[in-house]
Design a protein around this ligand. Structure first.
Ligand code: ADP
Ligand code: X2W
Length: 262
């Protein structure tokens, strides 16, 4: 692995686990990315929905973000940092990817504060220390990171997985791919947009054309794009063979365009 190669953070939504062979297909593409350090950040919202429902909890979301009570945290952390994380790690290791499962709090990578959006035990993540990831990447491991974080006080918090991917990208000054179950962001006619500015995104969110989990994703992507001053791709995990061309700048999915401050 070249020390100069910028790491690539790939975020996958939980729905990939519900589509037979989709995760394996993506992992095979990752295995073929030569000399490219990769960190996989995953969600699992649909698994959390199922587990909360089985435990008798109702699911409430605001703009795609789960309102999280302290009583729900054992189930949510068990689903994301436990079940989903270990399924991905085991599958990656069956393809000899040298995967290691982590959460945001491991190695003090990320510190969280309670989100100001009145969502309960939901964390707003801040990049802290990259040493653990630097060492894992140097050792040619594949870090697989869940979106469970912790407050300075030690309490666990639930972090939206797109926000988790953005903070890991900031931590490593990495490239970021947000892979989801659709080909990108759609406009009001159902056409995929090849690029999206923040001004247009605000209008699409106000009119409800961008809604639910896509709102959280687009907001997270602008946060990253504006801070890193480069575009961020939102594309589908259903076509992982497109990842190499996406990395070389091909028009795949929707590019989230940064506001270029004067
Ligand atoms: N304008 C839009 N364009 C594309 N998808 C949208 C849009 N608005 C809402 N969505 C929904 O957002 C979903 C992706 O968000 P989410 O379910 O949170 O994905 P992930 O789990 O990959 O983070 C899509 O499956 C789609 O149903
Ligand atoms: C605060 C918040 O919304 N947390 C998310 C974390 C998982 C997630 O984001 O999963 P996807 O990427 O599959 O949507 C949740 O509880 O669903």
């Amino acid at each position: 692995m070249s020390k100069q190669t910028k790491p690539l953070v790939i975020k996958i939504g939980g729905a990939i686990l519900e589509k037979a062979d989709a995760l394996t297909a993506l992992l095979k593409v990752i295995a073929e990315l030569k000399n490219q350090p990769v960190v996989l950040v995953h969600g699992g919202g649909c698994v959390v929905d199922d587990m909360l429902c089985q435990a008798g909890f109702a699911t409430e979301k605001k703009n795609g973000l789960r309102v999280t009570s302290a009583e729900q945290m054992p189930i949510i952390s068990g689903a994301l940092a436990g079940h989903v994380n270990k399924v991905i790690v085991a599958q990656a290791n069956s393809l000899h990817l040298n995967a290691v499962g982590l959460s945001l709090a491991d190695g003090n990578m990320v510190k969280c504060v309670i989100s100001p959006l009145d969502l309960g035990a939901v964390g707003e993540p801040k990049a802290s220390q990259s040493k653990l990831l630097d060492n894992l990447l140097k050792g040619e491991f594949l870090p697989v990171v869940s979106s469970i974080g912790a407050l300075e006080s030690g309490e666990l918090v639930n972090v939206n997985a797109d926000d988790a991917a953005v903070v890991i990208c900031q931590l490593l000054n990495a490239e970021l791919l947000l892979l989801t179950d659709v080909n990108g962001v759609m406009d009001g006619s159902g056409n995929y947009l090849s690029d999206l500015t923040e001004q247009d995104a605000k209008l699409l969110i106000q009119s409800g054309i961008i809604h639910g989990g896509m709102t959280a994703k687009v907001n997270a992507a602008f946060h990253a794009a504006n801070q890193l001053r480069r575009s961020i791709a939102v594309a589908s995990w259903q076509a992982p063979e497109q990842i190499p061309s996406l990395l070389s700048g091909a028009n795949v999915g929707t590019r989230i365009i940064p506001e270029l401050a004067a």
